[in-house]
Design a protein around this ligand. Structure first.
Ligand code: FE2
Length: 212
């Protein structure tokens, strides 16, 4: 049952990313690679769910006008109780000034390196497939990784910063590409952000917070 839910989420993700690739100025090659990698995933095993305060507080039903993003939110809500949610503290617990972030941020890995892929999640050496929940008035500070990453906004909105570009507000259905090593940051205001993140290269690479 849960494996089927994970598969349904993945199928919706491929539909959403394929549709996004038809938009002008979309990062078509990266989206096509993500679709190909996600299409190759299969899920099995038993769920080993674990919740997190950020998920309890901020992953809520809401009206999402974008069709594909709305479908993803609905299915994520149905699947959420069977997901192993990981708090921000597991990645940033040792970082200074990130206590607030850690308490209000969670993610899950539906596919990725074996150390993240518990329960029904699919171990993969090629693709990291995650959903993230970021509470309101939370800044995910500048960070960078070698992995090429695509974000897809599922619900809510956030200000997004890529490299030296200005902050840009992003909405459900928007795709944001982070190229290898590009620093990026996300800042919420009054609304929480639910997003999908897909790593399409170098998924074993580490992540660093950039403070200078
Ligand atoms: Fe990232």
């Amino acid at each position: 049952m849960t494996a089927a839910s994970y598969q349904a989420l993945t199928d919706l993700a491929t539909v959403a990313l394929r549709a996004a690739g038809a938009q002008p100025f979309a990062p078509k090659a990266e989206l096509a690679r993500a679709v190909g990698l996600l299409s190759g995933l299969s899920f099995s095993g038993e769920a080993s769910p674990r919740s997190h305060g950020a998920v309890e507080r901020y992953l809520k039903p809401r009206a999402v006008r974008h069709r594909h993003a709305g479908a993803l939110l609905d299915t994520l809500l149905e699947t959420a109780p069977a997901i192993d949610w990981i708090g921000g503290e597991s990645g940033y617990g040792g970082e200074p000034d990130m206590t607030e972030f850690c308490a209000n941020y969670a993610f899950c890995a539906l596919a990725g390196p074996a150390r993240w892929a518990t329960g029904c999640s699919a171990p993969s050496d090629e693709v990291g497939f995650n959903f993230t929940v970021q509470g309101p008035n939370v800044t995910y500070p500048d960070h960078a990784h070698k992995a090429i990453e695509l974000y897809y906004v599922v619900s809510g909105k956030a200000l997004w910063k890529r490299g030296g570009e200005p902050w840009v507000e992003r909405y459900p259905g928007d795709v944001i590409l982070h190229t290898a090593g590009m620093r990026h940051a996300m800042k919420t205001a009054d609304e929480p952000l639910v997003a999908m993140a897909v790593w399409i290269s170098d998924i074993q690479s580490g992540l660093v917070v950039v403070r200078a």
